[in-house]
Design a binder for this molecule. Structure first.
Ligand code: NAD
Length: 376
């Protein structure tokens, strides 16, 4: 593992890039910008990237970058992104692709790349697309949620469910909204969604499109314009107690810990976010008969689609709609297959099906080891 602190003069921010693994000279991960991000958090996320990319069979290692602005700093966002780009330039040019993650946008990424003199579309080995990268990822903004929905639909089919299922979703951001939209489009009933301010619930089914239109870019639902029949719960964990068949976790890490497990009503728990359950909670859920769809298997859509283009596996001659369909098909096939394998391993008595699956792909299981960065 390579973990490096960036020198970003004039940015009033700390920055790091962690490379968990390189494969064929390439690593991939996003850049997270939060006031609390740490090098250690990045090491865990970079390890998860290694695992996700290995599980979909891409010859790319895992990385993650982080920017922690000093609280109250008056430096403009674009100055920070340019400073980050200049500092990370040797890594970008050396094969470490750093896309968007929590707290950064496509426009931020573009500023960083320009400051680094880096153009991913011209990188040797990358698919030469006939569409622009910005246009493609704008069209594919729902890809991670799409992949999560594919996993849920497959698991429901495998469980024999034939009727519309009740879905509760914690987190109504990029991932949560896309999961809600895709599952509703398949006839399932989204009965509750939660954002940072609380949970909104309607057991008859929430109007997903209407709710999405009432939601800001950061995933906050406007309570003043909700339909009258919707029940509004305050902050807290109402989403955990809602009557539902499937609980999709798409907010922050460790949303479900051991203490929360007895309260989980849904028989299927889906880690749409990274590390949504603690490891003991995941084990307890399985032991108590819940189906758990794990993060490194299901929330890989964005990483997998980006990796497919970076590794030159995507076709170069397709117009946008067909390219998007091709990438969605590629992602859906891998996620569906890995979910089936996890289920088969579970059924045959594996206590840790994901570790087995990772081992069969030659990928490291579990968190980064003692060499990982410590908090400073
Ligand atoms: N966006 C992606 O492509 C992608 C890919 C892989 C993994 N992830 C992970 O998925 C998770 C969600 O990502 P996103 O891009 O949708 O984030 P986002 O920032 O767009 O949305 C987060 C949502 O969670 C809500 N939230 C925050 N704290 C909450 C709490 N305590 N209770 C209930 N809701 C809460 C927010 O209000 C918001 O609705 C994150 O863990 C992210 O790292 C995202």
């Amino acid at each position: 593992m390579l973990s490096t602190t960036l020198n970003m003069p004039g940015c009033e921010a700390r920055g790091w890039v962690v490379v968990d693994s390189m494969v064929d000279g390439l690593a991939l991960g996003g850049t997270r910008m939060t006031p609390t991000v740490t090098e250690r958090e990045l090491a865990h996320l970079a390890r998860a990237m290694t695992q996700k990319l290995a599980l979909v069979g891409l010859p790319i290692g895992g990385a993650k970058a982080g920017i922690a602005p000093v609280p109250g700093a008056a430096v403009e966002r674009r100055t920070v992104m340019r400073g980050f780009g200049r500092a990370a330039a040797p890594l970008l040019h050396g094969g470490v692709y750093l896309g968007c993650d929590q707290g950064t946008t496509y426009a931020d990424r573009q500023l960083a790349f320009e400051a680094a003199g880096y153009d991913v579309a011209r990188r040797a080995g990358t698919t030469r697309l006939t569409v622009g990268w910005a246009e493609l990822w704008d069209h594919m903004a729902d890809i991670t949620g799409f992949g999560v929905a594919v996993a849920v639909l497959g698991a429901l089919r495998a469980s024999g469910a034939r009727t519309p299922q009740r879905i509760a979703i914690q987190g109504f951001g990029t991932v949560g909204r896309a999961v809600a939209g895709h599952l509703a489009a398949h006839g399932h009933r989204v009965v509750a969604v939660a954002d940072v301010r609380g949970t909104v619930e309607d057991q008859r089914g929430l109007p997903v499109a209407e709710l999405t239109a009432l939601t800001s870019g950061d995933g906050t639902i406007d309570r003043t314009r909700l339909p009258a029949e919707v029940r509004v719960h305050g902050p807290g964990q109402a989403w955990l107690h809602v009557d539902a068949d499937v609980l999709v976790l798409a907010a922050s890490a460790f949303a479900v810990d051991e203490d929360a497990v007895p309260a989980v009503r849904a028989r299927m728990v889906v880690e749409g976010g990274n590390m949504s359950c603690t490891a003991p909670a995941r084990r307890l859920l399985r032991e108590s008969g819940h189906t758990v769809l794990p993060d490194v298997v299901v929330n890989v859509g964005g990483a997998a689609a980006t990796g497919c283009v970076l590794a030159g596996l995507a076709p170069s001659d397709l117009p946008l709609p067909q390219l998007s369909e091709w990438l969605r098909g590629w992602v859906a096939d891998r996620i569906a297959r890995n979910c089936e394998l996890v289920q088969e391993l579970s059924t045959s008595g594996s206590a840790d099906p994901v570790a087995h699956l990772l081992a069969s792909h030659g990928a490291p299981a579990g968190p980064p080891g003692p060499g990982a960065p410590v908090e400073r």
